[in-house]
Ligand binder design. Sequence first.
Ligand code: WQD
Length: 339
Amino acid sequence: MMKVLVTGGLGFIGSHTVVELQQKGYEVLIIDNLSNSSLEVLDGIAKITGVKPYFEQLDVRDKAAVFSFFEVHNDILGVIHFAASKAVGESVENPLLYYENNISSLVYILQALEKYQIPNFIFSSSCTVYGQADELPITENAPVKVAESPYGNTKQIGEEIIKDSARVSNNLRSIALRYFNPIGAHPSAEIGELPIGVPQNLVPYITQTAVGMRKELTVFGDDYNTLDGTCIRDYIHVVDLAKAHVVALERLIGGKQKENYEVFNIGTGTGSTVLEVINSFEKVSEKKLNYKIGVRRAGDITAAYADTSKANTELGWKALSTLDEAMLSAWKWEQKIRG
Ligand code: WQD
């Protein structure tokens, strides 16, 4: 059986990737410390695929626990590593939490791969490594800028750790996927984003406002040098993003990688402004969204969207869902969990 470990597999992107792996015939093992997820996600996955993945509650900061896991489960083909903290603002307030959680866990997983000679490794990285790129769309050759937050720094450091390891390892074959802005939910509405507390990200804040959980959305500034004055981002449907992980893993399993450390931008290649996202939501939900224009949010960059030609040509992957489809899936999910 083709076994794959997904760390953080009960999280937003992890759970959607588990579904795609199972539907491609992989046996999936999940480790997750449930710090940013819940066990119901396992049931959601099983409802979609008919198979409840093997799950172990485990904190990847616990080196002994990581090695005990691999001592038992070292017959896996590879690891897709999502387990990490990802809130930019929180990382500014609590940098050591981020350096411990995001960096030490990565080192332990890589050490275990070396010990048990498990070759294939996919890393959850982020477009945040580019900061405000000088040129748009952003290619993988764009310079990695000085990180805007400890969170972003952990992604940059993580990539360096993998690159340095792959250079000297006779085992490791790795791919870092630099996500743009993941949004939406599985079309079944059985799994989706479960933000804890007040959402920091745009789309869950929109859907929580529409469902009545939040009074109104504040648009963080409309005085940027863009089409309508609001920031531009590359919003990618989480299912398209999940599929990219399966394609990347199969590239490694098939020995198709050109280098033992590769990087791919995973976005749609199209930028959308905040107001365009709001308009899309209002169109697909047929609801008027209650929002106001506020001041800029510190740290926001004006625009970021991906040049996806490398993933399109070398991975043979392309995002298929439209912004409207992604927004509708987010809305269906919000109604399901608050309904
Ligand atoms: C998008 C746009 C906001 C909320 C984040 C992480 C990044 C990566 C992707 C992990 C911005 C505006 C937002 C609101 C608003 N995640 N906005 N009102 O900041 O592009 O990136 O997700 O790797 O690391 O930082 O996403 O959804 O927070 O913001 O106007 O209530 O929506 O100003 O222009 P961001 P976001």
